[in-house]
Design a protein around this ligand. Structure first.
Ligand code: C2O
Ligand code: CU
Ligand code: CU
Length: 460
């Protein structure tokens, strides 16, 4: 169930390997994964003129690849652990069977150095997703282990191009080398910000795209900390999906708030003329910071946004609100203060946060009890109360949920897997507990996740 490690293959699997070689192509085809992700350490240039040492990627020599699969089709991925610590891979936002969810101890054993594991995925939903480790999460993600995963719509919406944008920071000093990946005093507040903004591991990349064409920009914020506000200026553009789910009515790409873990899909009609560039910017106290630029090239294709077919809603079950039970979750301070706690698979050594007054001590071999046990097939309203001064992007594995209401603001009835819970806000969301297993429920500011703001729901 947990795959075969390379060591097991070498020690005990000799006969099996020989047999499948002898039986030829058919056997090797049956056993070949669609993709192998070699978890690697590498030196790579992020800031021009410097080479950052000790980066990590899902490729030996560059940024993590964009994984592409099709809605409703099976896709097998082999993860080969080539770094010198244990890891797992989690498919953020994908509604997969629990055994494929990639959470150490809760759904699988950690993959030791030199080990391999196969994940077989089949997404009922289309959209923009991403993948990352769930072991020693802060360190591995901060060093680069965050990649995008695209589930192509079963029905082609009609774009000319598709451009995934992996938006994240790195914490680098002036010499391009990693500085302390977090500071405890920040972990107890909003989290530690990076120092260098990147898109697809580049600072201010320029993308040349056919003038007048229709491009799907897939923005994913895979940063460990930053809750950002983004603007797209130039061309004609509309936000068509948030967190993989199509918007009933597209909105202008202005002031889009994207928290760690969240995504935004934008339909862009590239301008006709080369001097009319399109800029993606992040709002900062010092003014807008350019993250990426689109430059039109060639004669205009003269396409029109109205030619796009609307995205199909994903087949997420609709909760039965009249018969839903309400379950309360309180996101708060840790009752234990900042005492270091022993842990496995990557404790940061502190507890600052809690859910329902329990600080989860990381991904431990003997997890605490579930926060709640949900009956399979029943509808639930999750009441999420944030008593802290900080924002928390709250993420649930394995199931999508619908936003119902907030006591602080009007929120659209979106379907998501990661909801940004503002300081002192109470939000209600609803879901059908249709996916059996243990599902992690945590803040996606990784320093919060790893210092207590993690628990899990059990569906049985
Ligand atoms: Cu991207 Cu446990 O999550
Ligand atoms: Cu997830
Ligand atoms: Cu948080």
């Amino acid at each position: 169930m947990f795959g075969i490690s390379r060591r097991e293959l070498l020690l005990g699997g000799g006969a099996t390997a020989a047999a499948s070689l002898a039986s030829g192509l058919a056997a090797s085809r049956a056993f070949a994964a669609d993709l192998t992700l070699p978890v690697s350490t590498l030196d790579h240039s992020i800031v021009p003129g410097t080479v950052t040492q000790g980066m990590m990627s899902f490729a030996p020599d560059g940024p993590p690849p964009v994984i592409r699969m099709r809605q409703g089709e099976s896709f097998a991925i082999d993860v080969a652990n080539g770094i010198d610590e244990a890891t797992t891979v989690h498919w953020h936002g994908l509604r997969v069977p629990n055994a494929m969810d990639g959470v150490p101890y809760l759904t699988q054993e950690p993959v030791e150095p030199g080990g391999r594991v196969r994940y077989t995925l089949n997404s009922p939903d289309a959209g923009t997703y991403w993948y990352h480790p769930h072991c020693n999460t802060l360190d591995q993600m901060a060093r680069g282990l965050t990649g995008l995963l695209v589930v192509e719509d079963a029905e082609d919406p009609g774009f000319d191009r598709d451009l995934p944008l992996n938006i994240r920071d790195f914490r680098l000093g002036g010499d391009g080398q990693f500085i302390a990946l977090f500071k405890a005093r920040n972990a107890a507040r909003g989290g530690t910000l990076g120092t260098v903004s990147t898109v697809n591991w580049q600072t201010e990349p320029v993308y040349e795209l056919p003038a007048g064409s229709l491009v799907r920009l897939r923005l994913a914020v895979t940063d460990v900390t930053r809750v950002g506000t983004y603007d797209l200026d130039g061309g004609l553009a509309q936000v068509i999906a948030l967190d993989s789910n199509p918007l009933p009515r597209p909105v202008a790409p202005k002031g889009i708030v994207i928290a760690p873990g969240q995504r935004a899909d934008i339909a862009l009609r590239v301008p006709d003329r080369e001097e009319e560039t399109v800029r993606l910017t992040l709002r900062t106290p010092a003014g807008p910071r350019t993250l990426a630029t689109v430059r039109p090239v060639g004669a205009s294709a003269r396409r029109d946004l109205a030619e796009l077919r609307p995205l199909r809603p994903n087949p997420v079950p609709e909760p039965d609100l009249a018969n839903a039970e309400t379950v309360d979750f309180l996101f708060g301070w840790s009752p234990e203060g900042d005492e270091p706690v022993p842990s496995f698979c990557g404790s940061l050594g502190y507890t600052f946060w809690s859910i329902n007054r329990v600080a989860w001590q990381g991904d431990t071999p003997s997890p605490v009890d579930p926060l709640a046990v949900l009956k399979q097939g029943r509808s639930y309203i999750l009441r999420l109360r944030n008593e802290t001064q900080n924002d928390h992007p709250i993420h649930l594995h394995g199931m999508s949920f619908r936003l119902l209401r907030s006591d602080k603001r009007k929120i659209p009835p979106l379907v998501t897997d990661t909801a940004l819970l503002r300081s002192q806000e109470t939000m209600e969301v609803a879901l059908v507990a249709d996916n059996p297993g243990n599902w992690v429920f945590h803040c996606h500011v990784i320093e919060h996740q790893k210092t207590g703001l993690t628990g899990y729901l059990r569906v049985e």
